[in-house]
Design a protein around this ligand. Structure first.
Ligand code: NAD
Length: 491
């Protein structure tokens, strides 16, 4: 059986604990590899290596050199994308049809931020002070800690690592304990691309044991985290104690809003894509489907009809539509929410339980589920399920849709389906979410800012501005003529 060590200072190394834990294939339930159980001592070693690499030259390296390495890495990723995609599926159970496409796309993050590395320019200030030359420059923080969840491991590493390295930081990554393998295999690509030892390190393990010491470490100057809002809150508190910047990409409960003037067939497909793609295990899931009352019944009937055609089964098969839930605790959480919704009086019109039919293996399949008659104050409408469970909420008119759409603690994304362009613009202005899609759903790109309002996070990833989250600005004053003016007053 494969046994994965930590990756520290360019070398594979055993965990201080001498302990390993299992990683399972969510489809078969079989243990297929052992992962090193990291602790504070491992983190100390990794952060020391990253600090040494930063101070030993990476932090002051030429941006164009970093850019070239990132572009070389992108080419290697392109070459290895199929293998990495299969590895993701083996470890997280999401569809090869999706993960394969995702790993093929990941190189673009490194290419984009590699291209950006030497385009970050300071400014010369036309200062009001006589005999002074004043300019600004951008500098990296030093060692950054990157903590990722299990649902899209390599993609979410790319969101963080590409801008972090382009900006001249070194990194210690703590991947999810459920899906560490692909991030570890990725280190072979980092080495092949020629990054100096210690620039990128990976320590695996559990949140409190390995992630906690990374956040607490005095030499970690910034944290970028993707995960649940509750973990994000704890990490933010710790970051506040150290007074370091923290970027948080957290959960969502996004409204996907269908008006009666929409292209109904496209909207049905958008609703399906919003909740059943990736088995609903995506932060941007359109888990609250708001449907205008005038079309509610006909729309839900068609939705059920299409949802019923979903082929459930082996995520490695390219014709599978819905795969297993990734982890046993997540499976239990989804099952609990099915009970909660039923107890709250929601009307289950599709699915509603574990799936054990044709194509199922292991014990982590959930039936694609639709609840109607949901009111927005129910727990099933307010809390993130992170599974293939859709709550359908009726609304009267635009004002009602806006009120319900925004009546939520989260604000990651929203969808609007309408043929009225004025309405599309009004809704996109008024929905309190970091991303609004109109007549489409679940589109992301390396060049488009992504992040949350409200409890969905702090800061943005992707797009040109994202690199600024990994840089700090310095002002430099140079006297062009020395002076012996009164030293007891400010210049
Ligand atoms: P999680 O919060 O349980 O864990 C995420 C990571 O944080 C893991 O590596 C975990 O080990 C680590 N961690 C947990 N507690 C920690 C602590 N106290 N200190 C340091 N590290 C800690 O989340 P998850 O279950 O792995 O992922 C699912 C969540 O991620 C969902 O809420 C989903 O919406 C969210 N998510 C958000 C985005 C986004 O971009 N906004 C993308 C994907 C997933």
């Amino acid at each position: 059986m494969k046994q994965y060590q930590h990756y520290i200072n360019g070398a594979w190394t055993d965990p201080d604990s001498g302990e390993w834990f299992d990683t399972e294939n969510p489809y078969t339930g079989e243990v297929w590899a052992k992962i090193a159980r990291g602790n504070a001592a491992d983190m100390d070693r990794a952060v020391a290596a990253a600090k040494q690499a930063f101070e030993g030259g990476w932090g002051t390296s030429l941006p164009s050199y970093r850019g070239k390495l990132l572009c070389r890495l992108a080419d290697i990723i392109d070459r290895e994308a199929d293998r990495l995609g299969r590895l993701e599926v083996q470890d997280n159970g999401k569809l090869l049809a999706e993960m394969g496409g995702q790993t093929k796309y990941i190189g673009e993050w490194y290419r984009y931020f590699g291209g950006l590395a030497d385009k970050i320019e300071g400014t010369v200030i036309p200062t009001d002070k006589p005999n002074m030359f004043n300019f600004t420059r951008y500098e990296p923080f030093g060692v950054v800690g990157l903590i990722t969840p299990w649902n899209s491991p390599l993609l979410l590493v790319a969101y963080k690592l590409a801008p972090a390295l382009a900006a001249g930081n070194t990194a210690v990554i703590k991947p999810s304990e459920f899906t560490s393998a692909s991030t570890l295999e990725f280190m072979e690509l980092i080495a092949e691309a020629g990054f100096p030892d210690g620039v990128v390190n990976v320590v695996t393990g559990f949140g409190a044991e390995a992630g906690g010491p990374l956040v607490d470490h005095p030499d970690v100057a910034k944290i970028a985290f993707t995960g649940s809002d509750l973990s994000g809150q704890k990490i933010y508190e710790k970051g506040a104690k150290k007074l370091i910047p923290v970027t948080l990409e957290l959960g969502g409960k996004s409204p996907n809003i269908v008006f009666d003037d929409a292209d109904k067939e496209a909207a049905v497909m958008g609703a399906i894509s919003g909740i059943f793609a990736a088995t609903g295990q995506t932060c941007i899931a359109g888990s609250r489907l708001l449907v205008q009352k005038s079309i509610h019944d006909e729309f839900v009937a068609r939705l059920i009809e299409v949802a019923k055609t979903a082929k459930i089964g082996d995520p490695m098969s390219l014709d599978t539509h819905v795969g297993p839930v990734t982890t046993p605790p997540q499976f239990k959480k989804v099952m609990d929410y099915l009970d909660i919704a039923k107890a709250e009086g929601a009307n289950c019109v599709l699915g509603g339980g574990a799936y054990t039919g044709e194509g199922a293996k292991g014990s982590q399949f959930v039936e694609p589920t639709i609840f109607t008659g949901v009111s927005n104050d129910m727990r099933i409408a307010q809390e993130e399920v992170f599974g293939p469970v859709l709550s359908v909420i009726p609304f009267e008119d635009e004002a009602d849709a806006l009120r319900i759409g925004n009546d939520i603690n989260f604000g990651l994304a929203a969808g609007v389906w309408t043929s009225d362009m004025g309405r599309a613009i009004r809704m996109s202005e008024r929905l309190r979410a970091g991303t609004v899609w109109v007549n489409t759903y679940r589109v992301v790109s390396y060049m488009t800012p992504f992040g949350g309002y409200k409890r969905s996070g702090l800061g943005r990833e992707n797009g040109q501005q994202a690199i600024m989250a990994y840089l700090q600005q310095k002002s430099v004053w140079i006297a062009t003529e020395t002076s012996a003016a009164n030293p007891f007053v400010m210049k």
